[in-house]
Design a binder for this molecule. Sequence first.
Ligand code: HEM
Length: 544
Amino acid sequence: MGLSNTYEDTNMLGFSLPAILEINKYCDINLILFYMFATFLICGLINWAFSSGGPAWKNGRNKMGRTPIPGPIGLPIFGSLFSLSRGLAHRKLARMASSNAARRLMAFSLGSTPAVVTADPCIAREILASPHFASRPIKESAKHLMFSRAIGFAPDGPHWRMLRSVASTHLFAPRRILAHQGGRQLECSAMLSAVAGEQSLKGHVQLRKHLQAMSLNTITDIVFGKRYDVVEHDDEALELNELVREGFELLGAFNWSDHLPWLKYFYEPSRVRERCVALVPRVERLVKKIIKEHCDRDGSTEKTREEYDFVDVLLSLYGEEKLDEDDMVAVLWEMIFRGTDTTALLIEWVMAELILNPKIQSNIHKELQTLVPNTSSSHVIIADTDIARSPYLEAVVKEALRRHPPGPLLSWARLSTTDFPLSNGMVIPAYTTAMVNMWAIAHDPMIWGDNTFEFRPERFLASDGGTGVDVRGGDLRLAPFGAGRRVCPGRKLGLASVSMCVAELVMKFEWIEDKSKPVDLSEELKLSCEMKKPLSAIVIPRVN
Ligand code: HEM
């Protein structure tokens, strides 16, 4: 019995051993897999929980210097993506920096993208002026829209240097800006007529579309040598306008797959790629047509050197500088694109503040009246030289740039190309996206005193005890055009256009609030920061 039992047991064992082993094997494998997954998860969570800056800053990436870079942990995988993907990123980053005691430099994660942001003028200077930050991270939309071949997104190197030098000499040099003064004056006059027309027709004026038409025409005149009659619904003008708007939407849209690259295989909410692919052939068609018109021009329409537009300049390049047609399209399209909206939206902000502050509006009017006799006559058009003698107007434009910088985060970030030590002991690792929160710097009470949200041009008037600040990149307390090698090359042209237009608008009309649509200073951040509710106003002509 005992034997048989043993036998049976053994036999049973003999029969069931493989089965039992099978079961155990599965159990073991499942268990092992489970333990591995749990360990991986726990390690990941521990790593995440202890990495200031979030998931893209793991493994002590923020501790390369003697002082670690502080920052929020954010969510696993996503970091701070959810809070920064919509709304006013400059304000949110400023809040995050103050709650993390990280005003000087804050590390944060946009999905798998490690980023830093500073709200300190000294650190901002170190970053913007360094050759190690002379490249930019390139968004998918910018790549698709050909911008990586143009100045703004071309990596630091001989191609970018050549493009920048050509643009600086032939497009943005002071004598070129002066040469196009007549064109800018013409556009201003056309815009003033359109404003007067709308006022008499509707009893109020929606300024934005007039400013956009003026800016577009000003830049197409300089770049393409062409003006468009937007009122007459010129087909090419309408197409160009649409292309610029769509391009702005696409470049400004927050593209999740820029920061979570795996997402593009599943879901792309803003359909950025698809829309870029549809837009590019339309841009190419239009710009190539304009290039062809220039090539086909016969000798009878020969221009003087001063009348050359930018297409002429690019066509005249030779040797190593010569661009192929696709590169030309990219460069020309970028100029049209960049030169249009920033100026228009800055003028809209200035006018909104002037409507809310009638005293400041009348101060500008008085200043212009003393400088330019008969300012109110419809025939007198302000010149750049008049503007150079208008310190109050200059202070108003600076104050608008401070209160409402069109690029509150300087629009286009920088990318570190090496580990970069800062003077405060922190090290920004290579391949980190670096941003400057110019909005936060421009509203910092330690720099500007109390009431930083008040519109007070006097802070820039030496005669009123204010400070003279060079807004063109020389002083990081207010650098709305950026600084260093990648500083905005169009800043002088932008400032000249904005100042002339504001002067004309104030000289020819008194601007008062449209009570049915009160001025609302709420912001909307797209590629640039614009008024969320377009400005509506009532204008009273100062001229008979
Ligand atoms: C109020 C007007 C304008 C503002 C506030 C503005 C602002 C800026 C800012 C903040 C940058 C980035 C600078 C940096 O990274 O340090 C930039 C770059 C640039 N801007 Fe402007 N801009 C204005 C007008 C213009 C105009 C009129 C043009 C040309 C027609 C222009 C062309 C460019 C280009 C090509 C770049 C890229 C430069 C590079 O990466 O090398 N901008 N702008």
